[in-house]
Design a protein around this ligand. Structure first.
Ligand SMILES: [Fe+2]
Length: 322
C-alpha cells in the first residue's frame, strides 16, 4: 500500500470524531441503530461505531435542548502535532479551553463560526485507498458472472465507516480559508460561495469536510460509506420501514460522484448512505472545479425536499435549492 502521508505537509489527516447533543438519548439510540451503526450506550452518552471496525466515529450526549453540533475532534500524525500547534499559533488563532463534553488531550481552537475543534494525535481513520467496487452481496453464477442477491438475501445495511461531514457556515469562503490555512484541508471543488468541499492532504475521500452557506453554524449531515450501490437502496428501505419517512434519494451527486440516500434524523439534519465517492490519494493533485449552483448538486434523483438545506440549529433556510 502507498504511504498515505504526503511528504513535507503538516496537516490533519482525519475527522477523528464528531460530537452532538440531542434532547433525548433514547430517540438517538433508536435512530442510529436503525441506520445500521453499532451504538454503544454509556448512560448519558452514546458512542457510534460501525460493525467490524474498532474506531469510535461519533458521540451523542443528552442535553434536554435542541440538537447541536458540540465539537469536532481532528486527528493528526504524532510527528505533525508540535509543528501544527506552532503553525496554528503563527496564524493568530487563539487556543481555547476543552469543550465541557471533551477531554484535555491535544489542544482546542474555534473555527470562524465558533465551532469547537480539538486537535489531537490519533490513528488515521480516513481511508488510504478507494474501496473496492463490488461488495460481499454479489455471488457468482455457474458461468462465473457476478450477479445480484435475491431480495430475501438483502439483509440489514451496516455502513463500513464515516466518510465526511457537512457543516453549515455563515461565510463559506472565510471558513474554507480557515480550515485550509490553519489545519491543512485542501479544496476539492466548490460552487460559487454557497458550498465548498475539502479533502485531507494525506489521502481521503473527495470530501472529508464540506461547508454550506447558512446564517450560522450547524450540522447538515454525516455521511457513511456502504459497500455497494444496493446498500444505498436497501438502506433507504431500512429507514422507511422503521418509520423514518423523510429523506432524499436515491440519487447520484455531481461533486464527489457518490450515489446517495439521505435519511432525515429526528432533529432535521441528515445521515447519508454513500457509495463510490471519489477518492483523492496522496499522489493526486485534484483539479478543483467551480460548478454552477444549478449544475453542482446531483446528476439524477428525486426532487429535493423543501427543507433539505434548512439549518435547524439556527432555523434558517438560506441556500436556494439547486
Ligand atoms: Fe455527503
Amino acid at each position: 500500500m502507498v504511504d498515505p502521508k504526503r511528504p513535507d505537509v503538516t496537516a490533519i489527516h482525519s475527522i477523528d470524531r464528531f460530537v452532538l447533543s440531542v434532547p433525548d438519548l433514547a430517540v438517538a439510540e433508536k435512530y442510529f441503530s436503525t441506520f445500521g451503526l453499532d451504538v454503544r450506550n454509556h448512560g448519558q452518552r452514546l458512542d457510534l461505531y460501525t460493525f467490524g471496525h474498532d474506531h469510535c466515529w461519533g458521540s451523542v450526549h443528552e442535553s434536554g435542548k435542541p440538537k447541536k453540533l458540540e465539537y469536532l475532534s481532528l486527528g493528526v500524525y504524532q510527528e505533525d502535532f508540535a509543528p501544527l500547534k506552532s503553525h496554528v499559533s503563527s496564524q493568530n488563532v487563539a487556543f481555547a479551553h476543552p469543550h465541557p463534553f471533551g477531554t484535555d488531550e491535544g489542544f482546542w481552537i474555534s473555527d470562524p463560526d465558533g465551532n469547537a475543534l480539538q486537535i489531537k494525535v490519533a490513528e488515521k481513520s480516513s481511508p488510504n485507498e478507494k474501496a473496492p467496487a463490488l461488495g460481499s452481496r454479489y455471488k457468482k453464477n455457474p458461468i462465473d458472472v457476478p450477479i445480484g442477491p435475491n431480495r430475501s438475501e438483502g439483509g440489514r445495511v451496516q455502513p463500513l465507516r464515516l466518510s465526511h461531514i457537512l457543516l453549515f457556515a455563515s461565510d463559506v469562503g472565510k471558513s474554507l480559508k480557515f480550515y485550509s490555512d490553519v489545519l491543512g484541508f485542501r479544496l476539492s471543488d466548490k460552487s460559487a460561495d454557497v458550498i465548498a468541499f475539502a479533502h485531507g492532504a494525506h489521502s481521503s475521500d473527495h470530501h472529508l469536510l464540506a461547508l454550506a452557506k447558512s446564517d450560522g453554524p450547524g450540522l447538515h449531515h454525516t455521511s457513511w460509506v456502504v459497500q455497494e450501490i444496493d446498500d444505498v437502496g436497501l438502506g433507504m428501505e431500512q429507514m422507511l420501514a422503521a418509520g423514518y419517512a423523510k429523506g432524499w434519494g436515491v440519487g447520484r451527486h455531481v461533486i464527489g460522484s457518490n450515489y446517495f440516500y439521505y435519511a432525515q434524523d429526528p432533529w432535521g439534519s441528515f445521515t447519508e448512505y454513500s457509495y463510490d465517492i471519489d477518492f483523492i490519494g496522496v499522489d493526486t493533485v485534484w483539479p478543483s472545479g467551480d460548478y454552477q449552483p444549478e449544475d453542482s448538486l446531483y446528476l439524477w434523483g428525486p426532487p429535493l425536499p423543501e427543507d433539505f438545506i434548512t439549518n435547524y440549529e439556527t432555523r434558517s433556510t438560506s441556500l436556494s435549492a439547486a
